[in-house]
Write a protein that binds this ligand. Structure first.
Ligand SMILES: C[S@@+](CC[C@H](N)C(=O)[O-])C[C@H]1O[C@@H](n2cnc3c(N)ncnc32)[C@H](O)[C@@H]1O
Ligand code: SF4
Length: 366
C-alpha cells in the first residue's frame, strides 16, 4: 500500500533517485482509504505503508492515518521514513503510536559520517542514535536498514554498526541479511558522480545490471562474503537472530584482530517481534502485463494466505525501480523461517511461469 510515489530526496545510492529525480506524487486520500477498506474486508490486520518515504508529505500521511484509525481502530501499521524525517517530525510519533503504528523502518545505512556524506544521505551517525531515542520515547520500535559494505567501510565502521545494534537492543529488529549488504551500483546510479568511487570500480556488468567494485582491503570483501554465507544459512535453518548475530560479530572481530566477549543469549522462546525476514522478489513479467498487476496479486496473496509462521508484512511495490523492464521488483517482508519455496508458492499461480524469486542476499551479492 502506498500513499505516495517517488521521493523528494536524492540520496546518491538510491535506485529511486535516477527515476524520480527528487519528485514525488501523492496518491489521492480516498484511493488509499478505499484500498485499506478492501484489505481490511479481506482480513488484513496490519497495513504496511510501502512508500519510499511515508513522511515526504507529512500532512497527507497524518490525515490518512487518522482516517484509517477512526474507521478501523484495531488495525496496526508500519511505515518507512528517513532518519532526517524522524528528527524533523519527532512530535508526530506519539500520535502515530496511539493510532496503531508498531514500528518504523529507516535507512541508517552506516554510522560513519564520511560514508553518509558520500551517499548524500542527509543525516549523521549521531542522528541515527537520536532517531532511535525519539521512536523509543513514543513506544515505537526502529527497524534500521544498512548498507554496511561500501568501498570506504573500515572494519571499525562495521564493528560500530554491530555495537549500535547490540547496545540499542536491536538484534531482533535487524534481519541478519542486512548486515551482509554490499553497495549496489546500477548503471545509472548517482554514486558514479562521487570522485573517490572511481578507483574502486572494476567493470560494468550490464547483464547483472550493476557495476562490480572491489574494496581496497581484500579482507573486507572476504568478510562480506562470509557474512552473506552466515545470513543465508541462518535464514534457511530459521536460526535464532541472537545466535546469528553472535556468529557475525565473531567473524568481524576475527578480521579486526580483537577478542569479543559474547553477550548473554536471550531466551529462545521470547516473543517474536523480530524483524521480518526480507526478500526481494524479482518476478519475470508475463509479456503485456503491467508490473503493478503482478505486484498487486502477490500483495493480495501474501496478505490473505495463512502461513505458519505468518507473513507479517506484505509486498511493497517497487515496480519502477530501475531494474530491466522484463522484471517487476517487489520487497516482501516475511517473518523469519518462510522459505523461498513457500514464498514462490504464495507469489505465483499454479502453472504460471513468472516465478523468479531472488532472496535479497543473493540479489545484492556481487
Ligand atoms: C529502506 S530503503 C530507504 C528507506 C527510506 N526512504 C530512508 O531513506 O530511510 C534503503 C535500504 O534499501 C537498501 N538499498 C538501497 N539502495 C541500495 C544500494 N544501492 N545498494 C544496496 N542496498 C541498497 C539498503 O538496505 C538500504 O538501507
Ligand atoms: S534513500 Fe530514501 S530518502 Fe533517500 S532518495 Fe531513496 S527513498 Fe528517498
Amino acid at each position: 500500500m502506498e500513499t505516495t510515489r517517488g521521493c523528494k530526496h536524492v540520496c546518491r545510492h538510491c535506485p529511486i533517485t535516477p527515476i524520480y529525480a527528487g519528485r514525488f506524487f501523492a496518491v489521492p486520500r480516498e484511493v488509499v482509504l478505499e484500498d485499506i477498506r478492501r484489505q481490511a474486508a479481506e482480513g488484513a490486520r496490519h497495513i504496511t505503508f510501502g512508500d519510499p518515504d511515508f513522511l515526504n508529505g507529512p500532512a497527507h500521511a497524518q490525515r490518512i492515518v487518522q482516517a484509517m484509525h477512526q474507521e478501523f481502530p484495531g488495525l496496526t501499521f508500519d511505515f518507512t521514513a528517513k532518519i532526517e524525517h524522524i528528527l524533523k517530525h519527532a512530535d508526530a510519533f506519539p500520535e502515530f503510536a496511539a493510532s496503531g503504528c508498531l514500528f518504523v523502518i529507516s535507512a541508517a545505512e552506516s554510522l560513519s559520517d564520511g560514508i553518509l556524506e558520500r551517499l548524500r544521505k542527509g543525516h549523521t551517525g549521531a542522528d541515527v542514535r537520536d532517531a532511535l531515542r525519539i521512536l523509543r520515547r513514543a513506544g515505537l520500535s526502529l527497524r534500521p536498514t544498512f548498507i554496511p559494505f561500501t568501498p570506504w567501510t573500515t572494519i571499525r565502521d562495521y564493528l560500530d554498526i554491530l555495537d549500535f545494534i547490540e547496545e540499542g537492543g536491536l538484534v531482533d529488529e535487524v534481519a541478519p541479511v542486512q548486515l551482509s549488504l554490499r553497495l549496489l551500483i546500477p548503471p545509472q546510479s548517482a554514486m558514479l558522480e562521487v570522485d573517490d568511487l572511481k578507483p574502486h570500480l572494476v567493470r560494468l556488468e550490464p547483464e547483472n545490471f550493476t557495476w562490480v567494485w572491489r574494496h581496497p582491503d581484500p579482507r573486507m570483501d572476504e568478510l562480506q562474503r562470509e557474512i552473506s554465507r552466515i545470513a543465508m544459512a541462518a535464514a534457511d535453518s530459521g536460526e535464532d537472530a541472537a545466535l546469528t548475530f553472535r556468529s557475525i560479530r565473531r567473524a568481524a572481530a576475527a578480521v579486526a584482530g580483537v577478542t569479543v566477549v559474547d553477550a548473554p543469549l536471550p531466551p529462545p522462546d521470547r516473543p517474536q517481534t523480530a524483524a521480518p525476514y526480507g526478500r526481494l522478489v524479482l518476478l519475470r513479467r508475463t509479456p503485456g502485463r503491467p508490473a503493478r498487476s503482478v505486484l498487486t496479486r502477490i500483495s493480495h496473496q501474501l496478505s490473505t494466505t495463512a502461513t505458519d509462521p505468518p507473513v507479517t508484512t506484505c509486498v511493497s511495490a517497487r515496480a519502477r525501480c530501475n531494474v530491466p523492464s522484463r522484471y517487476a521488483l517487489a520487497f516482501a517482508g516475511l517473518q523469519r523461517g518462510v522459505s523461498p519455496g513457500a514464498l514462490r508458492r504464495l507469489a505465483t499461480k499454479p502453472g504460471e511461469k513468472c516465478g523468479l524469486i531472488i532472496p535479497t542476499e543473493r540479489f545484492f551479492r556481487d
